[in-house]
Design a protein around this ligand. Structure first.
Ligand code: HSE
Length: 275
């Protein structure tokens, strides 16, 4: 039994800690004989059995193939968590539903915006109220391209959260709310072109951009080549430009972004799958 879990891009600009999208870049997992060293996937595997009150079986989670880069804002830790829990559930005859899997995953990750699309795919808005997890999903078709700029350096989420302010201006908070609501509604209507007016964020990007050396140049180049908009993926340092143009990435070839890996990704609408 193998499990495939997609990468995820959280926030999409203004939707800080609220929404995320699954992307077609994957990590693959299976169970193996128990090893000494514990990864986040093993911790999540163990949490599943604690949740249902059963003894943890003698297995470790093996990472077979890992396409999702670590500490770049593409949900690599969410993929380990969902991989571990999904393997546990499969081993346990799919005893828990996906919403229960989500609740365990949120407990391990601490925030819901990456683990939710890793489980369900698409664009997911998620929240926890009174210890209960809720989510809404919208599918995104292949016409929308996620041009993904991955810098060679890591920015741990903890570091990226430590630079955030304690308070925010009221008007700026309102702009974030309307931008987030517009993004969700436009994606629901498959109107990707109009997203360009609403990707702006006031809650985290102004503070996190200092941690991303190429922030201004990626924004400027993407704008010059006509992207819909560019945002920091999750807590960074990866940045994503949205575009409807299929040849966008070829046009970027002449630009001086040599140490940055550029991938053209699509939304994954399935979430984790058992292969
Ligand atoms: N919403 C989280 C943050 C995502 O921006 O800190 C972390 O991947």
């Amino acid at each position: 039994m193998k499990i495939r879990v997609p990468a995820t891009t959280a926030n999409i600009g203004p939707g800080f800690d609220t929404m995320g999208i699954a992307l077609n870049l994957y990590n693959y997992f299976e169970l193996e004989e128990k090893k000494e060293k514990k990864t986040l996937a093993d911790i999540a595997f163990g949490k599943y059995f604690e949740y249902i009150g059963k003894e943890i079986p003698n297995y470790s989670v093996k990472i077979l193939d890992s396409e999702i880069p670590i500490a770049r804002g593409l949900g690599s830790s969410a993929s380990l968590i969902v991989g571990g829990i999904a393997l546990a559930n499969n081993l346990n005859n799919n005893y828990l539903s996906d919403i229960e899997i989500l609740e365990i995953a949120i407990e391990v990750e601490g925030h819901p915006d990456n683990v939710t699309p890793a489980i369900f795919g698409g664009l997911c808005v998620s929240a926890v109220r009174d210890d209960k997890a809720f989510y809404c999903k919208r599918e995104i078709d292949d016409s929308l391209n996620f041009v993904t700029f991955i810098p060679p350096y890591e920015v741990p989420t903890q570091k990226a959260r430590s630079v955030l302010p304690k308070e925010i201006d009221y008007k700026k908070a309102i702009e974030n709310m309307s931008n987030t609501a517009m993004i969700i509604s436009l994606i629901g209507e498959k109107n990707y072109k109009d997203l360009s007016s609403f990707l702006h964020d006031n809650l985290h990007e102004p503070f996190r951009k200092e941690l991303i050396k190429d922030y201004d140049s990626i924004k400027e180049i993407s704008k010059n080549y006509g992207s819909i908009g560019t945002y920091i993926s999750g807590s960074g340092p990866t940045m994503i430009s949205l575009t409807l143009e299929e040849d966008f990435i070829e046009k970027l070839n002449d630009e001086k972004l040599s140490d940055i890996k550029i991938l053209e990704l699509k939304c994954d609408n399935e979430g984790y799958v058992v292969l």
